[in-house]
Design a binder for this molecule. Structure first.
Ligand SMILES: C[S@@+](CC[C@H](N)C(=O)[O-])C[C@H]1O[C@@H](n2cnc3c(N)ncnc32)[C@H](O)[C@@H]1O
Length: 228
């Protein structure tokens, strides 16, 4: 048995009962170091813990898949919810197992941000730049969405497209410098919040654990031209 579990945004208060039960019953608990550390208080001493990082994830997931095929109850824990910025990892788990796996959703950092910032999902588009490969189509889509007068919730890419780079990109494509932006760090733990304009965001540094909200302006006021 193998189940992928959304472990929530950081604090165990935001982990579902179902996720907690599956973790406590598991023979094997696997995932990225930071996520496994988060759920460690729920892991029973007899369970085998397999942690991984970007460099060794394929080998480590092969170990997890072998244990799963040997009949162990395995869970792989994901940050937040795997349906937002988690699919590349989910696909790696499935590739290692050779079949589709069950998922148990969790509470995403996007949901905590929406709650803190009073953001209506219906009027919001979600972006993750936390992915390998060319970001160009996703950047263009972000411009289109802002030009259409929608909110954008944005997960940055830690190594080269952080919130300040998002601001530089948008300003370089004619965005209104007064467009409102917020950045939330370490939601549900040592939270920090920054709020300002796109022009001010260009000068700000944030940690990897940050998520950005670009509030809707009326389409005329964004300064951006969509691709249509
Ligand atoms: C690979 S993505 C996974 C997102 C996750 N699946 C979710 O639903 O929140 C990891 C990024 O999500 C954002 N993130 C996750 N948890 C966060 C939190 N508690 N506070 C702020 N940002 C968070 C950060 O940008 C982090 O680098």
């Amino acid at each position: 048995m193998i189940i992928c579990i959304g472990a929530g945004p950081g604090h165990l208060d935001f982990l579902t009962h179902k996720a907690a039960r599956l973790i406590a019953q598991a023979d094997v608990v696997a995932g990225f170091n930071a996520v496994v550390d988060m759920v460690r208080p729920l892991v029973v001493p007899a369970a085998q813990v397999i942690t991984m990082c970007y460099q060794d994830q394929v080998t480590r997931l092969a170990d997890v898949a072998a244990l799963h095929h040997a009949g162990k109850r395995c869970v792989v824990v994901f940050m937040g919810d795997m349906h937002f910025s988690g699919f590349q990892y989910l696909e790696r788990v499935e590739r290692a197992c050779g079949h589709r796996v069950e998922t148990v959703p969790g509470i995403s950092s996007a949901q905590i941000l929406a709650s803190k910032g009073r953001v209506c999902f219906d009027e919001t588009t979600f972006f993750t730049f936390h992915r390998r490969g060319d970001l160009t189509p996703f950047k263009q889509h972000l411009r289109d969405v802002l030009a259409a007068g929608r909110n954008a919730i944005v997960i940055p890419r830690p190594w080269d497209f952080m919130p300040r780079d998002v601001a530089t990109y948008l300003l370089g494509h004619g965005a209104n410098p007064d467009h409102r932006a917020e950045v939330w760090e370490n939601l549900t733990r040592a939270e920090a919040e920054w709020e300002g304009s796109l022009a001010e965001l260009e000068g700000q540094d944030f940690s990897d654990m940050s998520i950005c909200l670009l509030r809707a302006l009326t389409p005329m006021a964004t300064g951006l031209e969509g691709e249509r």
